[in-house]
Design a protein around this ligand. Structure first.
Ligand code: ZN
Ligand code: ZN
Length: 548
């Protein structure tokens, strides 16, 4: 039905106009770009594009906005808005209900414990003695754009994923990628796993040997611009930020060399803008050394900038630290675009930039302005619900409370002659009494529950074999998190509304105010390349104005 509906739409657009991307289907041969670069900025809210606009250089975000095509209302269409589901949805064109990445960690019924999305004990670390490389994309249930590209030409395209976070490198690149590289806290090196290769390429070894992580951590973090120019942020010393360990207050300059030993060693770089600088350096080295875009077939590079998320979590959305991280990321993007100009030319690349989710404002900060919001203590609610069911039924069938979902032991419920639906309902009815809860839905009622935007997003994030049995949604600006900094995960716009920019190739400058689901990115890239959509795709191609 969906396919039929789509082809009817396509016909309609072809007859209506010649400016739509889908008309490219009618051309005799699609001219594929030499290189596709997907950029995900971790935790970048839509409004940051304009909030920091006066601080952008000419060559970075401003260039993408003034030369590219911007979708101003790109939205996540599921919950929870976390990193693994976000990156996977961008590149697979579908939601966790189909691709299975329901969170970063979840309760695994078969092993009876928590698992991490990309954990894989069957592989080995490549590039360091640490265990940080025991990772693969095997739990990602569907194909990515990179997989489709490789399937389209008998594996001739090169596909590579890069991010400080393992999941943000692995999940976008997909199952058949040539490589995915992420950061090893123990050594400060870029590593991979035996899923991809037996040993690091020479250029990666050489990059690691240069010791850039150490260089970036060898001097204090001061603001790039004079600190009094950071007028989009609140005072440097404010109560909504979390200082680094051993730091008296969360203020500049952050003395990185002295903070390093007590803040995760090399891992400290992740919560500074220099983690993004290192990522950009490494991405450019990958393009050069792998000769991406220089072969006969289209190549693909997926880059995720993770430091924006670490800094956002620690310092919140109003911090000078966050503003400085974005100002420096803008220079990284400018460096990348300028490199592409001389390397293969803008016309031979297609770049898209988006985010895996946004972020809430710190609830204390909002409260100080009289705006509703609050903190939700997951441990407290879990303890109270455990006690409630024990008291009510004489047994405790709760296996786990995680990602705002209760997992129940169905066997125990049956053995005690209890009814699963009744137990789910009782928990949901109790949970709704707690402050900050907007709704709690028993899983068996998901398909018949009030069908508003929140239930739709819960359904799109619900995977029956991986999700829990009672699903909670919180009120706007309530976060299950520390009282300093911030987090994300909600269905509301602050977490769901992200930038979406396309640039390069034949793409003309323009913008659209139409609401678009994040799942439309993958079919758009597929259509640009004239290749099949990823197998689980539930999105449809975006209409971008193209030059002819
Ligand atoms: Zn994220
Ligand atoms: Zn995060």
């Amino acid at each position: 039905m969906l396919q039929k509906h789509k082809s009817q739409l396509t016909l309609l657009f072809i007859t209506l106009s010649c400016i739509f991307l889908c008309q490219c289907r009618n051309e005799q041969k699609i001219k594929q770009p030499k290189l596709i670069i997907g950029i995900v900025v971790d935790q970048m809210r839509y409004d940051y594009l304009y909030r920091y606009y006066s601080k952008w250089s000419d060559g970075g975000f401003k260039r993408l906005l003034t030369e590219g095509y911007s979708f101003e209302d790109a939205q996540y269409n599921y919950v929870p808005t976390f990193t693994a589901p976000g990156h996977t949805s961008i590149y697979t064109g579908t939601t966790p209900a189909v691709h299975g990445m329901i969170a970063n960690d979840w309760y695994d019924r078969s092993s009876g414990g928590m698992i991490y999305c990309t954990d894989d004990a069957t592989v080995k670390t490549v590039g360091s003695p640490s265990e940080k490389g025991l990772m693969s994309p095997r739990r990602e249930l569907t194909e990515t754009i990179g997989d489709m590209l490789k399937l389209s030409n008998n594996g001739q395209s090169k596909v590579i994923g890069i991010a400080l976070k393992d999941r943000a490198a692995i999940l976008p690149a997909g199952h058949s990628a040539n490589g995915a590289y992420w950061f090893d806290d123990a050594t400060g090196w870029w590593i991979t796993s035996s899923y991809y290769m037996k040993q690091l390429p020479e250029w990666v070894k050489k990059f690691n040997d240069e010791g850039r992580t150490n260089q970036y951590l060898s001097k204090p973090w001061t603001t790039l611009l004079p600190i009094e120019e950071y007028t989009e942020s609140i005072a440097d010393n404010n109560p909504y930020e979390r200082p680094f360990f051993s730091e008296k207050s969360p203020v500049f300059p952050h003395d990185l060399p002295n903070l390093k030993p007590q803040n995760g060693g090399y891992g400290l770089i992740k919560a500074t803008p220099f983690g993004d600088d290192l990522t950009a350096d490494f991405a450019i080295a990958a393009i050069k050394n792998e000769k991406l875009g220089k072969g006969k077939y289209t190549d693909m590079l997926t880059i995720s900038f993770s430091s924006t998320d670490y800094v956002g979590h620690q310092f919140g959305t109003t911090a000078i630290e966050l503003e400085d991280t974005y100002i420096r990321l803008d220079r990284d993007i400018a460096q990348l675009l300028s490199f592409i100009d001389t390397y293969i030319g803008k016309e031979n690349v297609v770049i898209f930039l988006t985010a895996d989710h946004g972020a809430a404002d710190n609830p204390h900060y909002l409260a100080d302005k009289g705006i509703p919001g609050g903190f939700f203590d997951e441990n407290e609610i879990a303890a109270k619900i455990h006690a409630f069911v024990k008291e009510k039924y004489g047994v405790d069938p709760i296996l786990q409370f995680t990602n705002l979902q209760f997992y129940l032991n169905k066997q125990k419920i049956a053995d005690n002659k209890l009814n699963l639906d009744t137990v789910e309902e009782a928990i949901a009815n109790k949970v709704i009494e707690f402050k900050g809860v907007e709704r709690a839905i028993p899983a068996y009622r998901l398909y018949t529950y009030r069908n508003d935007f929140i239930t739709k997003k819960i359904l799109n994030g619900y995977n029956p074999s991986r999700s829990g049995d009672v699903i909670i949604n919180l009120l706007p600006e309530y976060i299950p998190y520390d009282t300093t900094g911030t987090t994300h995960g909600a269905p509301y716009v602050y977490d769901a509304h992200v930038p979406l920019l396309f640039y390069g190739g034949n793409i003309e400058h323009g913008k659209s105010a139409e609401e678009e689901a994040i799942t439309n990115i993958a079919p758009t890239i597929s259509e640009l390349l004239g290749i099949q959509y990823p197998d689980g795709c539930t999105g449809e191609p975006l209409h971008i104005t193209m030059k002819h």
